[in-house]
Design a protein around this ligand. Structure first.
Ligand SMILES: [Zn+2]
Length: 282
């Protein structure tokens, strides 16, 4: 399996983690949007971080990470559901991009928002993005806002991305377990994160610990947009405006999803049932 994540738990420490590897997922993203090469590592890191942080969510939940700032990449967004459905999106001004731009050049003084959706409820936390990068900004957020000491390692090689998350269990008071496991995790090289399978990587890092490793859970590109959502958006315009729009568009309205580039087309015939009858033929 080329795109997956493995959750793991330390049996005798108040600590859990995730190892994720994506070999083809970024290619799936790029098949929909051909993002400039300078943006690809950042979007891939955001996708991977989101896959790591959503691994322990309950069914019916999803996590979105969003970066918004004044830089040429004004919006970067990744979403991952508990089931491993991933989507990624970036909005940028091509004329402001330079090939040698750093992470902070691309985003400027950006804000990082984490949005958790569960059973129709939304919870959002926002922090200032640090120039040192995404992983450190997320670690700071979890330490300060959630009181959850966390370590995030992100690596990439071309379109392949991998990462490791270590996080104290909610409610854990002592930090020794986290410190111990973090020191060992930091010895991990990018190539090991990318190339080793999870069991081998974790054995190499923590062979003295008793770890329970969950089965591999697949990650895939899947957008939540569908025809009904597009229809609902059109109907929210109201019958009169919808009719006007149909006239302007010569009887055919296209609704494009920005995230996956899927196009839904609605003709007058499709929408007839929702329009007010203006003339009645006897
Ligand atoms: Zn879509």
């Amino acid at each position: 399996m080329s795109d997956h994540r493995h959750g793991f738990v330390f049996q005798e420490r108040a600590l859990r983690g995730v190892h994720a590897q994506c070999d083809g997922l970024m290619s799936d993203v790029l098949a929909r949007h051909s993002y400039p090469a300078i943006l690809q590592p950042l979007l891939g890191d955001l996708m991977l971080a989101c896959a790591l942080l959503s691994a322990h969510l309950k069914d019916d939940s999803a996590l979105t990470l969003q970066l918004r700032g004044p830089g040429p990449l004004s919006l970067a967004m990744a979403e991952c559901s508990a089931q491993g459905d991933v989507r990624v999106y970036g909005h940028y001004e091509a004329e402001r991009l330079q090939p040698d731009m750093s992470f902070s050049d691309l985003l400027g003084a950006a804000q990082l928002a984490l949005t958790l959706e569960h059973a129709g409820q939304r919870y959002q936390g926002i922090v200032q993005l640090q120039a040192a990068g995404l992983a450190l900004s997320l670690e700071t957020y979890f330490a300060q806002s959630e009181q959850l000491p966390s370590l995030i390692l992100l690596a990439h090689q071309g379109e392949r991305h991998a990462g490791l998350l270590l996080q104290a269990l909610p409610g854990a008071t002592a930090t020794e377990d986290f410190e111990y496991a973090s020191v060992l995790a930091r010895t991990c090289r990018d190539a090991e994160l990318l190339d080793l399978d999870s069991a081998t990587l974790l054995h190499r890092l923590y062979h003295e610990d008793d770890l329970s490793l969950a089965p591999a859970a697949p990650l895939r590109f899947h957008c939540r947009c569908d025809r009904q959502r597009s229809l609902d958006a059109l109907l929210s315009l109201g019958s009169a405006d919808l009719e006007k729009l149909l006239m302007e568009r010569h009887g055919s309205i296209n609704v494009d999803c920005e995230l996956c580039r899927q196009r839904q087309t609605f003709t007058t015939f499709d929408l007839l049932a929702y329009l007010q009858p203006t003339t009645r033929v006897q």
